[in-house]
Design a protein around this ligand. Sequence first.
Ligand code: UDX
Length: 458
Amino acid sequence: MERLASLKVAIVGAGYVGLTTALALAYIGHRVTCVEKNAEKLLLLKSGKSPIYESGLEKLLRLVEGRVSFTGDIQEAVPEAEVIIVAVGTPNRTDGNADTGFVEKAACEVSQVMLDGHTYTVVIKSTVPIGTSRRVAHVIDRVLQERGVSPRVFFVSNPEFLREGQALYDFFYPDRIVVGAEHPEAVEVLRRLYRPILEQTFEPPDFLPRPRGFPLPPLITTDPVSAEMMKYAANAFLALKISFINEIAGLCEKVGADVTEVARGMGLDPRIGPLFLQAGLGWGGSCLPKDTAALLAMGQEHGYDMRIVQAAREVNFRQRLRAVEKLQEALKGVRGRVIGILGLAFKPGTDDVRESPALDVIRILCERGAHVRAHDPVALENARRALSGLEVEFFSDPYLLAEGAEALLLATDWPEYRRLDLCRLASVMRTSVLLDGRNLYDPGEAQKAGFLYLGVGR
Ligand code: UDX
């Protein structure tokens, strides 16, 4: 029975999505081969190391040794596979739309090595513009015709809803699994692929216990276009929700309300819910900015104005500027001032600094002549690379960063920062302004410690 349940899976791309998917599918019993073109990453993976900082990934890598293999050669992974998952990047083009070049290239390479008479289910897991599954199908069909072979190929859109920092959790314990397919047979293959997750019959990894009372996730079947749209719409709504509370935060500051109290009260309405109502520096990362830009671009392609999504982006990016203006006001100008930034990753739990609000604030402060110091528990090296060319000093100790500084900005709410000794920080600073960009601290405690405390929306 076990053998029947196990599928041969090829995964193209070992990034946040591809690697998480490869290891989790191997863990629940499938035989996985992961194709990674980047030689450096491949070397790390072959030596049991994860090229990305994602909690639990390295532990899982060790647990599934022997059931997942890594290669740079698609020829080794695809011909015998039953399921082929495309999880390569879809970076933004200058017009904002997602560039599906890597996806189409992967599809082309995959179709070059498919075997006559085999049945393949090609799964697009990358976040792709609406209609990409159709394009991929055309690319593959054309190559197969040129080669004169005719394997049976099904196409499925299976968007991922993984959050960075909680990717494994979201894979093993999803809210839903979405399958966009035109053939019922393809749906059945995906049902087999995810069965242990749909039925929650797998033994949880000891570092990732099953939440008590976790409800069995539904498998939603729909057409590929709706599946692709579902992903964009979900991310755009999350972005919108955050921008909404940030807009309310701005008004709270004017009228003296406390946005954290407002959010608490709002969130008790089950139609609103408490999550993603945390006012702060706004959203960053490799998804929300990219997906909202892609939605706008898709709208433009169809002469359709996505005004709410546009507004969510504008409010989001204005948060960065408002943080600088607050520092400007508190310090009577930032030129020549020593300002320490605590937190560089776009959110806690990851080393990813893509579109990080902290980095945008640092760029503006540097432009305005501030002396910027920066700290992050794990993203320091990525930030150093992303900020190359700017006069930023990097510190591995927040207390050293604070010595002689005139203001601190808490930009990423890492738990480590909650444990900082605020009195000690304030005592070594030249002037002790604290802009709490994520409302992490208790204003009263910060003031008692000697800070001029500034929050967001309170
Ligand atoms: C997001 C979606 O949550 C996930 O479902 C999708 O698959 C990928 O994109 P991710 O970008 O990893 O995940 O991070 P997320 O946890 O959503 O946070 C995104 C940004 O919003 C971060 O910069 C975070 O700091 C910010 N945020 C989040 C807020 O500012 N306020 C909040 O209340 C929540």
